[in-house]
Design a binder for this molecule. Structure first.
Ligand code: ZN
Length: 237
């Protein structure tokens, strides 16, 4: 049975030099990735030019919201409870719809290809976003759990937070049997040591684990012929 791997990189627009460095490593090692673009950064010409120069069969863009507030996780949790300041993932369906519409608008203006995949900021979403995703033409989203709506989900695994290949393998072994292994990155937060680790991790997943690098679009294609994969990403019924 074929085993797959998806590299998910977040917060595109925040640090163009870090993004270029990360993508160069992915391509140099003959891997693939999907990168989460924050809509408001599409006004940056240099970023847009770079994104449009990418081969989307190798580096696919997904939508990571229009505006994205960088609040520490615990602080966000507190805000959510306090109902004091709404953060992006906690919006109501009307404001989610406006945000995704705005993303589609700038996307249509600046980018060659339209995203089919959504990855919520902080990986946190509530059911208010689903309807807006469907209305705005998204087919698949990254999520910790399935939805009961007509939207496929890509199961998440973990962030690359380790400092060495041995540490990575220790954590990887807990998820070794998963047919879809989704590893997350934040290029803006990687240390030099972790940038070097990316190559080693690619080599390990590809050559030791025989995993095939795919993009969200390819995952959807594979699911048409592979029932097991289809079940893994299908909505709850
Ligand atoms: Zn983010």
């Amino acid at each position: 049975m074929k085993k797959y791997v998806i590299f998910k990189d977040d917060d595109v627009g925040k640090d163009l030099q870090g993004l270029k460095r990360w993508i160069e490593i992915v391509l140099k090692n003959d891997a693939k990735a999907t990168i989460g673009l924050i809509g408001k950064y599409m006004k940056n010409e240099e970023l847009v030019e770079f994104l449009n120069s990418l081969d989307q069969n190798k580096i696919e863009i997904f939508c990571h919201g229009y505006s994205h507030r960088y609040l520490p996780f615990l602080f966000r949790k507190f805000l959510k409870k306090s109902r004091f300041l709404k953060v992006e993932f906690d919006r109501d369906s009307k404001s989610h719809n406006l945000s995704l519409k705005k993303y589609r608008l700038v996307e249509g203006k600046y980018l060659i290809k339209r995203a089919i995949c959504f990855g919520p900021p902080g990986n946190i979403w509530n059911e208010n976003v689903i309807d807006s995703l469907l209305k705005n033409g998204f087919k698949i989203m990254f999520s910790w759990r399935k939805t009961k709506y007509d939207l496929f989900t890509i199961p998440l695994t973990y962030n690359l937070k380790q400092g060495s290949l041995n540490e990575f393998i220790n954590d990887y072994d807990k998820n070794k049997d998963r047919r879809i292994y989704t590893l997350q990155f934040h290029h803006a937060n990687l240390s030099d040591k972790q940038f070097d680790l990316v190559s080693e991790v690619i080599d390990f997943l590809k050559n030791k684990e025989n995993r095939i690098f795919i993009t969200p679009s390819e995952l959807l294609e594979i699911s048409k012929k592979d029932k097991d994969i289809l079940n893994l990403i299908s909505p709850l019924n």
